[in-house]
Design a protein around this ligand. Structure first.
Ligand code: NAD
Length: 399
């Protein structure tokens, strides 16, 4: 099949198998070029392993630390050769093939990480194949969650709290600026968002692993969060998703106390804003991102997802001196983004930006490029006129 991008708002409904493989290969190549990370983990579980920060973490663990990895994600294979699989599916095909070629153990689970069944299957596999893991990365971004005991379905919403909010945003269909208005969330919507994106499910994973003695002495667990600047505060950090992130950060403290029995730690890492399938769906974030990118590039501070995860492993988690955290006990990978001189320029440009000067103040082309790359499009070394196979199997997943 000749695969072309089909974009609907903030999602692309097709993915290019060769492009995704090339994108993964580039990330692996970057990590290998940095050399081995001394003292890194050797057996790693990544929950949310097929895209964005979770995929980059799995790549750094495997190819930077030579770790055996187990990955969990929710993706779709190609259906009867009629439509392409999702990008995360193709990313994992490429990841596992390279891991195998390098003699690294890699097993993947495609299914609902919120369910008891997937958690139990993963624990069983760790017990049988690896014995224990020494790092658990929790990198889920999901719009809904079915509670594993009650069956109740919660949906996550991206809304302000307490008052409506109106502001500048980027229309992802036209790549032009627009004003959007959002009504405040109800108490129920806040609770549902916390149920999906807070720390409840992370706790269930860590408790299950602990109960089955699957965490090695000194094992760590890390979940990812975001804070961001003043201009997105009302919709992000003070909005529904921010409440979920507050919960995630409180959960880290509780899990850290629980992990004392194995001398382990639980922390949250606050990462930088990047273009991923999930972040593109958050109102106002893409506009902030395009303004931020122009400023960070000009200051030589721009970092890709995998570059950032490499820095997280090498300089914050496994640097030989324990985990480096701020005064709140949080790992800060948003340090470049939040630098005063960066934010001053971003704020000034945010105030000035309008329909006419958008392309002068914001890096729209870079956003477009990064968005297409998420689905394997727009890579230099990929022939998009070529007839490619779309029904690829993930080596460790039986069909
Ligand atoms: P992403 O959309 O790129 O990846 C999400 C992953 O979760 C995928 O592997 C997907 O398959 C998996 N997933 C979703 N629902 C699932 C389910 N029910 N069961 C199993 N797997 C499921 O997301 P991302 O942007 O990398 O976000 C990961 C984490 O990083 C989130 O907690 C997010 O808030 C945080 N974060 C993101 C940014 C950013 O700008 N993108 C910044 C800071 C922190």
């Amino acid at each position: 099949m000749i695969v072309q991008p089909k974009i609907r708002g903030y999602i692309c409904t097709t993915a290019h198998p060769v492009g995704c493989a090339n994108s993964v290969a580039q990330q692996i190549d970057f990590v290998k070029k940095q050399g081995p990370i001394d003292g890194g983990p050797k057996k790693v579980l990544v929950i949310g392993a097929s895209n964005g920060y979770g995929l980059a973490s799995r790549i750094v663990a495997a190819f930077g630390c030579q770790a055996d990895t187990v990955g969990v994600f929710f993706e779709r294979s190609s259906e009867n050769n009629k439509r392409t699989a999702t990008a995360g599916w193709y990313n994992t095909v490429a990841f596992e093939k390279q891991a195998q070629a390098d003699g690294l153990y890699a097993k993947s689970f495609n299914g609902d990480a919120f369910s008891n069944r997937i958690r139990q299957d993963v624990c069983q596999t760790i017990k049988e194949d690896l014995g224990q893991v020494d790092l658990v990365i929790y990198s889920l971004a999901s719009p809904r969650r079915q509670h594993p005991e009650t069956g109740e379905i919660s949906k996550s919403v991206l809304k302000p709290i307490g008052a409506p909010f109106q502001g500048k945003s980027l229309n992802l269909n036209t790549l032009e600026m627009e004003m959007i208005a959002l009504e405040p969330a109800s108490d129920d919507e806040i609770q549902q968002t916390v149920a999906v994106m807070g720390g409840n499910d992370w706790t269930l994973w860590i408790e299950s692993l602990l109960a089955d003695d699957l965490l090695a002495p000194g094992a760590n667990t890390v979940a990812y969060s975001y804070i961001g600047p003043e201009v997105t505060r009302l919709i992000y950090r003070n909005g529904t998703i921010g409440r979920a992130k507050d919960h995630l950060e409180q959960t880290a403290k509780q899990l850290d106390a629980k992990l004392k029995v194995i001398n382990g730690h639980a922390v949250v890492s606050v990462n930088k804003a990047i273009v991923t399938q999930s972040s593109s769906a958050i109102p106002f974030i893409p506009l902030y991102f395009v303004i931020l990118t122009r400023v960070m590039k000009a200051m030589n501070l721009e970092e890709s997802c995998v570059e950032q995860m490499h820095r997280l492993f090498q300089s914050r988690l496994f640097n030989g001196n324990g985990i480096i955290v701020d005064e709140q006990g949080i790992v800060r990978m948003d340090d470049y983004e939040m630098r005063e001189e960066v934010q001053k320029k971003v704020m000034a440009n945010w105030e000035r930006v309008n329909i006419r000067n958008l392309r002068e103040l914001a890096d729209i082309e870079e956003y477009n490029k990064q968005f297409l790359r998420l689905f394997g499009f727009g890579l230099d070394n990929t022939d998009y006129q070529e007839d490619v196979r779309i029904d690829l199997a993930i080596p460790s997943i039986k069909s």
